[in-house]
Design a protein around this ligand. Structure first.
Ligand code: C2E
Ligand code: MG
Ligand code: MG
Ligand code: MG
Length: 279
C-alpha cells in the first residue's frame, strides 16, 4: 500500500514539480539505502532533574549521515520516511539500536531511561506493540527503562485506534510521554483518558521565559494541570539559566536542552556521563 503510494507520488513529482521534488525523490532513494549502508546513527541528549541537574535519562535522536547529501536533519527526512512507508524499517532500527544500547548501560550497572520518538504512522499502520515486545525480549532491557514519545498532534487526530495502542504499549511496562505538548490543543478530559505518565512542554513555550507573559501563563497552566492529573513534566529546549530558574519556581521537575547538553554521539555522551558523575 505504501509502495503504491510511493510509485504514484513519484509520477506526480516528475511531471508536476521540479527541483524541490527531485530532491525529495533522491532523499527517498537515499533513505531506502541508508539502513543497509549503515548511515543512520543515534545521538543522545541527557535529561536531568531541574533541582540538582542529576541526569536520569536521555532522548534518542536519529541522525542520517548521507554520503550524497551530508548530514540531513530529522525534520527533513522523517516526513519523507513517513510518506514512503520507510518509517517502519527505520523506526524498527531505532528501537532495536536504542534498546540494545540501554541494555548495555543497564548491565554495566548504570541504568538510564531512554526516550524513543515514535511516528504516528508506526502507531496507526504498524505493529508497534509486537515490535516493542519483541525488542524488549530480544535485548533483555527492563521495560521501565524505555519511554516512548508520541506527539500531541498525532494523539488528538487518532483518538480511538491511538488510545488502544497506547494502552497495549503501557501494558508492556514501558512509559509514555506526549511530545511537543501545548502545540496540539488537547483538552484535560482527553488527557485523562490516555495512559501517559509524562508531558514534554514544547520548546516554543520555553524560549521566551520569563519575559513573555503569555508563555509564562501557558507554562504555569500546564504545570498546574499536570499536577492535578498526576503527570510529570519535562521542559524541552531549556537554553539559559533564566529558563531553568523560572521553571524551578513553577515546580517543573525535569528538563532537557542546550543548557545541559546538546544531543551527543555515543562516545561523547558516555564521556559526558562520566564527567557529570564526577562533577
Ligand atoms: P523532538 O522529539 O521534539 O526532539 C527535540 C528536538 O529539539 C531535537 O531536534 C533536539 O536536538 C532539539 N533541541 C534539544 N534541546 C534544544 C535546545 O535547547 N534548543 C533548541 N533550539 N533545540 C533543542 P532534532 O534532533 O533535530 O529532532 C527533530 C525532531 O525529529 C524531533 O523533535 C522528533 O520529532 C524527530 N525525530 C528525531 N529522531 C526521531 C526518531 O528516531 N523517530 C522519529 N519518528 N522522529 C524522530
Ligand atoms: Mg521527542
Ligand atoms: Mg519535542
Ligand atoms: Mg518535535
Amino acid at each position: 500500500q505504501a509502495k503504491d503510494r510511493g510509485r504514484n507520488t513519484f509520477q506526480f513529482y516528475t511531471t508536476e514539480l521540479g527541483e524541490q521534488t527531485r530532491e525529495r525523490f533522491d532523499m527517498e532513494g537515499g533513505l531506502r539505502r541508508a539502513v543497509e549502508r549503515d548511515e543512520l546513527a543515534l545521538h543522545f541528549q541527557p535529561q536531568a532533574r531541574l533541582a540538582d541537574d542529576q541526569v536520569f535519562g536521555a532522548e534518542v535522536l536519529l541522525r542520517w549521515h548521507s554520503p550524497e547529501l551530508g548530514m540531513v536533519p530529522p525534520d527533513r527526512f522523517i516526513p519523507i520516511a513517513e510518506d514512503s512507508g520507510l518509517i517502519h524499517r527505520i523506526g524498527h532500527w531505532v528501537l532495536e539500536a536504542a534498546c540494545t544500547q540501554a541494555r548495555r548501560w543497564e548491565v554495566a550497572g548504570q541504568p538510564l531511561r531512554i526516550s524513543v520518538n515514535l511516528s504516528g504512522a508506526q502507531i496507526v499502520h504498524g505493529d508497534v506493540v509486537r515490535e516493542v515486545r519483541h525488542v524488549l525480549q530480544q535485548t533483555g532491557l527492563t521495560p521501565d527503562l524505555l519511554e516512548l514519545e508520541i506527539t500531541e498532534g498525532f494523539v488528538i487526530g487518532h483518538a480511538e485506534r491511538g488510545a488502544e495502542t497506547l494502552r497495549q504499549l503501557r501494558a508492556l511496562g514501558v512509559s509514555l510521554a506526549i511530545d511537543d505538548f501545548g502545540t496540539g490543543y488537547s483538552s484535560l478530559s482527553y488527557l485523562k483518558r490516555l495512559p501517559v505518565q509524562r508531558l514534554k512542554i514544547d520548546r516554543s513555550f520555553i524560549r521566551d521565559l520569563p519575559d513573555d507573559a503569555d508563555d509564562c501563563a501557558i507554562v504555569s497552566t500546564v504545570m498546574a494541570m499536570a499536577h492535578s492529573l498526576g503527570l510529570e513534566v519535562v521542559a524541552e529546549g531549556v537554553e539559559v539559566q533564566a529558563h531553568q530558574r523560572y521553571l524551578n519556581e513553577l515546580g517543573c521537575q525535569y528538563y532537557q536542552g542546550y543548557l545541559l547538553s546538546k544531543p551527543l554521539p555515543l562516545a561523547a555522551f558516555e564521556a559526558y556521563l562520566a564527567g557529570a558523575q564526577r562533577g
